[in-house]
Design a binder for this molecule. Structure first.
Ligand code: NAD
Length: 246
């Protein structure tokens, strides 16, 4: 692996447009469980609760789970060495953009400035009826489901549910960044969740080199990945930062 880490550091140093693509795996070491794989939430809860059709019909049931799974866990989570490492790569001028599938806000908390939240964020709520968007304050989640202060419609977390489309603006910007990238760093993503999984494929088909960090092989590993760095996100990112001396 030492050799692969050296190669990765050299690729980063030579890159013109480095883009990171992150999945739930980068936040596992911050104490946030992934959906799939080891310790994944889908072993414990029914994913149908996060389907938009279910939410629209049963907002109370859906909200009870969402509050417990996301709002109570995420507010306590802190960015880890991998999030901080990416923020440092950006400040040092190497990293141009992070495209994240995560909704946990940990990249921004670590100090990353340019973050595209492909699946939205848990930080805001959006009214299903009038589209009003407001910050998710704890006081709004005491009585469930939270209602729109403007029209009394049901508020939904402003992250993408199963069965919902990706907001057009972030979809287009992410696609654009993927086309521009000459090096993409994938961290902690299975490559099973579409259309997000297409971002690294787009980068690859437009000539980008792909470096992947994961504790186990993913859908990308044997298809588009040039360098696979097996290990925990915190450990591998820290080693890359060390080599770049930033
Ligand atoms: P995913 O595609 O995000 O997969 C998680 C991946 O992380 C797996 O490949 C796993 O091997 C890898 N991984 C686990 N621990 C790791 C570590 N310490 N270092 C590096 N890699 C590690 O799939 P998912 O979890 O099913 O998520 C589905 C969707 O829901 C994604 O969009 C995901 O980002 C989102 N989600 C977000 C959060 C969050 O905001 N933190 C949490 C759960 C799911």
């Amino acid at each position: 692996t030492d050799n692969l880490l050296d190669q990765t550091a050299a690729l980063i140093a030579d890159s013109r447009c480095l883009v990171a693509f992150t999945g739930a795996g980068i936040s596992v070491e911050s104490g946030i469980p992934p959906f799939r794989g080891q310790g994944g939430l889908w072993n414990k809860v029914d994913p149908c609760l996060l389907e938009i059709g279910y939410f629209e019909k049963n907002p109370l049931q859906s909200w009870r789970l969402i509050k417990q799974l996301f709002y109570q866990t995420l507010k306590k989570a802190k960015p880890n060495a991998a999030h901080h490492g990416l923020a440092r790569l950006e400040k040092a001028g190497y990293l141009k953009t992070i495209i994240t599938q995560n909704i946990d806000y940990l990249h921004q908390q670590a100090g990353s400035a340019r973050v595209l939240e492909y699946h939205g964020t848990y930080k805001y709520l959006k009214c299903l009826q009038c589209g009003y968007r407001t910050e998710a304050k704890e006081s709004m989640l005491v009585e469930l489901p939270p209602l729109c202060p403007r029209c009394r419609g049901v508020l939904k977390p402003d992250f993408v549910f199963f069965g919902e489309a990706i907001p057009q603006k972030v979809a287009m910007e992410s696609e654009k960044e993927a086309r521009k990238a000459d090096l993409m760093l994938i961290i902690g993503s299975t490559g099973e969740v579409y259309p997000a999984a297409m971002i690294p494929e787009t980068a690859f088909h437009h000539g980008s080199k792909i470096v992947e960090i994961n504790i186990e092989p993913s859908n990308y590993t044997h298809s588009i990945t040039h360098i696979f760095l097996r290990g925990r996100a915190t450990e591998i990112v820290s080693k890359i930062i060390e080599r770049l001396k930033i």
